[in-house]
Design a protein around this ligand. Structure first.
Ligand SMILES: [Zn+2]
Length: 183
């Protein structure tokens, strides 16, 4: 019988649920060793490069000792929104948040929930790549509100002026009706 080699990798040695949850979180965001895929790596040197646009980190795997380099780049690509009049403006989180705030006024939606919505909306729009339209932003807000609070959703949909045409509004109403009949 061959003995398992002693591993220093925290993921392999973890025992308790708390340790496993902590490590699962690490695993999702962590850098894996390219040699043994262990997530327990140690930064041994860190410096800015490319005039501060990236941080270069020299890492060492705590398990197998393999050394490798990672680059962390700043997500500073601005997201632009094309308005109906054709003008192009940077995505404004505060503006989206205040639109949502107005819609959820007096409804059981907390500020922290609003901030999470704005974050998801921005993430989703960034994934589209390139410029987005005010209509894209409006639809993303509606998607969030539909899931969060029906009254807030209705309020936003009814004042939302940036639908491309009436068909968009009908689509939203149909979705809402479908949801109400299911509930
Ligand atoms: Zn390794």
């Amino acid at each position: 019988m061959r003995l398992q080699p002693v591993s220093k990798c925290a993921f392999r040695n973890s025992r308790t649920i708390a340790q496993l949850i902590y490590l699962a979180e690490l695993l999702l965001s962590a850098v894996h060793c390219p040699s043994c895929s262990c997530v327990d790596t140690k930064v041994i040197d860190s410096r800015e490069s490319e005039e501060g646009a990236a941080i270069r980190r020299r890492r060492s795997c705590t398990d197998c000792g393999f050394r490798f380099t990672t680059y962390e780049r700043l997500e500073n690509q601005p997201l632009f929104v094309i308005k109906r009049d054709g003008s192009r403006q940077p995505f404004d989180r505060a503006k989206v948040a205040s639109g949502i705030q107005a819609a959820v006024k007096g409804r059981p939606v907390e500020d922290i929930g609003i901030m999470a919505m704005v974050e998801r909306i921005e993430d989703k729009l960034r994934l589209v790549g390139g410029d987005v339209t005010t209509s894209d932003v409006g639809h993303s807000v509606l998607d969030e509100l539909r899931a969060a609070d029906e009254v807030a959703y209705m309020r936003f949909a009814s004042v939302y002026k940036n639908f491309d045409d009436a068909a968009d509004f009908r689509r939203e109403l149909a979705l809402l009706q479908k949801r109400s009949t299911r509930a």
